[in-house]
Ligand binder design. Structure first.
Ligand SMILES: Cc1ncc(C[n+]2csc(CCOP(=O)(O)OP(=O)(O)O)c2C)c(N)n1
Ligand SMILES: CC(=O)[C@@H](O)[C@H](O)COP(=O)(O)O
Ligand SMILES: [Mg+2]
Length: 640
């Protein structure tokens, strides 16, 4: 462990009240120490670094000027909240970040009164801050709603819905736009260009100020002309017009690392009669840490690293990541078929589409953090004869559910959904778990829903999806690395709705969907050792089900268990419905479904999470044995 410089001031600050006891001229040192502590902590835990380094001064200034927690501070996405957590009584736990039983990597209400609103999905902060502001107004109690939202998060429609509604808050709402000209990847779209114009036109703004000062010296009759000139100049500089048209007072752009600018501006904002106010702050993602500043991704998400060199811990060589298996296969599909195109919502590398972007830039679309738009954009592409792959993490696809139903499923448009991070995701915790996509997709008419059991299956399913033109189709797969099977040289077009028997037995049937297959095979070994002959089937499709296979397995085995990396209402529910409709459980079959528990699981290692969820080999064996002991009177029998 490297000894970092002492932090004499930070050691005296446990809460913002301690911070506010400091003199303004001490804040520079405090911020420097806070930056060092953030680097040191994330070096030992891994996590999100670049965005937090970019808001060290802003975090310091906000807690110094505003009366938190009475003023409700809402971070957007929340991945930049580590300095905030250090200043709000959690420095002692900051090295438990994103670990089982430790601090969440995002803001979380149950963690602290300084986290009035949980985050992790982007672009929610203005709506939430507005809620706090209006509630205070209605109650006649003091306290502002303060939203800190990044330029990336500002590319989502929800931010505009909130700003469109903000006038009612008056000066109780403050929006701080943290503009570091980065999302996870470089930002995209018209908004990013607009913000850049504002920031680069700062010189023009300087000229504008000069003109205003000069105009004030003119005799009154000239003031109208001067105002008109200023309006013209403002139009030229676009100095926040967009936000002003939405009813905000626009302040900025200001240097988000200069406390001498931040403190007085935020004090004026705090004391302003007018509102709502949007403060446009310009920062640098990764600020103050050379390896982060130099990195293309500004160390957005990092493994543990050596704080001296910035060298990240390398994962041991192993099977390829699912995201890359998908990305590489999609490139092959696009080489074969010029109508194949790809859409991401601001996550080109996480979805593996960065490879596609390089190979086919004209058929690659990064739409920004705009999942709803991504889905309906894909529907439009499909309606016009393209074969779009919409690659969105399971949890983020939740944001576009109505578009999936209304624009894709009802119209039966052949949009392909590549659903990464399906199932439990580990360190990102409950907000990022991909628990619900089978439940929310397999219930939709027209949809085909596949789950890859390993990386070879993902190749086949990507190919199958590329060729599937008769309606919407989705393939889900987990975060991380494959299981180590060989990738097929030639992808197979799977028969829709057909599963595969992986291991033949007689007494117990395990019907697996997705990557629980590995645990199902381990459980089969343990059951065979107990004299229980076990069939293991990979159903491949949650919709349509392989009815013939399911009917056969349920009719010929004593115990049948379904298992999936999803919540109730998914694959197991559909098998239960089939069994019930077909009278397959009338004859004494013992049928059990194994799925995620009815709760939001906090962060931990994925294997620990799945054991907690009861979805590992040990729990499969236990479920089978308990079912066998269970006799028709509902009392657990003596059978071992
Ligand atoms: C709805 C949603 N989609 C995608 C993401 C993934 N994501 C996390 S942070 C981020 C970029 C945010 O950019 P910005 O708001 O500018 O913050 P910065 O990292 O630059 O500080 C994205 C796309 C998310 N958290 N929520
Ligand atoms: C903050 C955020 O939402 C993303 O950075 C997310 O944490 C990425 O997840 P992966 O690490 O699984 O790509
Ligand atoms: Mg940004």
């Amino acid at each position: 462990m490297v000894d970092l410089p002492l932090t004499p001031l930070l050691d005296t600050v446990n809460t913002p009240a301690d911070l506010r006891a400091l003199a303004p001229e001490q804040l520079r040192q405090l911020a420097d120490e806070l930056r060092l502590e953030t680097i040191s902590a994330v070096g030992s835990t891994g996590g999100h670094l670049g965005s937090g380094l970019g808001v060290v001064e802003l975090t310091t200034a906000i807690h110094y000027v505003f009366d938190t927690p009475r003023d409700r501070l809402v971070w957007d996405v929340g991945h930049q909240c580590y300095p905030h957590k250090i200043l709000t009584g959690r420095r002692d736990r900051i090295r438990t970040l994103r670990q089982g039983g430790g601090l969440s990597g995002f803001t979380k209400r149950s963690e602290s009164e300084y986290d009035p609103f949980g985050a992790a999905h982007s672009s929610t902060s203005i709506s939430a801050a507005l809620g706090f502001a209006v509630a205070n107004r209605l109650a006649g109690t003091p306290g502002k709603g303060i939203a800190v939202i990044g330029d990336g998060a500002m590319s989502a429609g929800m931010a505009y819905e909130a700003m469109n509604n903000a006038e009612q808050a008056g000066n109780r709402l403050v929006v701080i736009l943290n503009d570091n000209d980065m999302s996870i990847a470089p930002p995209v779209g018209g908004l990013s260009a607009y913000l850049s114009r504002i920031v680069t036109s700062r010189e023009f703004l300087g000229l504008r100020e000069l003109m205003k000062k000069f105009a004030r010296k003119l005799p009154r009759p000239f003031h109208t002309a001067a105002r008109k000139t200023d309006e013209f100049a403002r139009g030229m500089t676009m100095g926040g017009t967009l936000f002003e048209e939405l009813g905000f007072y626009y302040v900025g752009p200001i240097d988000g690392h200069n406390l001498d600018h931040l403190i007085p501006v935020l004090e004026n904002v705090r004391d302003a009669e007018e509102g709502p106010i949007l403060v446009h702050v310009v920062t640098k993602k990764g600020k103050g840490y050379a390896p982060a500043e130099a990195a293309a991704d500004k160390y957005h998400g990092v493994q543990k690293f050596d704080v001296i060199t910035g060298t990240q811990a390398k994962a041991p060589p192993g099977p390829p990541q699912y995201q890359n298996v998908f990305g590489q296969q999609l490139v092959k599909e696009a080489e074969r078929d010029p109508t194949v195109c790809a859409i991401t919502a601001a996550m080109p590398s996480g979805t593996g589409l960065d490879k596609f972007a390089t190979a086919f830039p004209e058929r690659f679309f990064d739409v920004g953090i705009a999942e709803q738009h991504a889905v309906t954009f894909a529907a439009g592409l499909a309606a016009q004869g393209m074969r779009p792959f919409c690659a969105i993490y399971s949890t983020f696809l939740q944001r576009a559910y109505d578009q999936v139903v209304h624009d894709v499923a009802i119209q039966n448009l052949p949009v392909r959904f590549a659903i990464d991070r399906a199932g439990l995701v580990g360190a990102d915790g409950a907000t990022h778990a991909g628990s619900f996509d089978v439940t929310y997709l397999a219930t939709l008419p027209n949809f085909v829903v596949m789950a890859a059991a390993d990386e070879a299956e993902l190749v086949h399913m990507t190919h199958t999806a590329a060729l599937h033109d008769s309606g919407p189709i989705a393939v889900r797969y987990p975060r991380g690395n494959g299981v180590g099977v060989e990738l097929p040289a030639t992808p197979e077009r799977l028969a829709i709705g057909k599963g595969r028997i992986v291991r033949e037995g007689k007494t117990v049937a395990i019907l697996s969907l997705g990557t629980r297959l590995a645990e199902a095979l381990k459980a089969a070994d343990q059951l065979e050792a107990k004299g229980l002959s076990t069939t293991v089937a990979d159903l491949r499709f949650a919709k349509p089900l392989d009815e013939a296979m399911i009917r056969r397995l349920l009719a010929t085995h004593e115990v049948a268990v379904t298992i999936e990396e999803g919540a109730v209402g998914g694959f197991g529910a559909h098998v239960l419905t089939l069994a019930s409709d077909a009278g397959l459980i009338d004859g004494g079959l013992k049928l059990r479904t194994m799925r995620l528990p009815d709760l939001f699981q906090d962060q931990d290692k994925p294997d620990v999470q799945y054991a907690e969820a009861g979805l590992d080999a040990e729990h499969i064996v236990e479920t089978v044995l308990t079912a066998l002991r269970h006799n028709s009177s509902g009392v657990a029998g003596a059978r071992a």
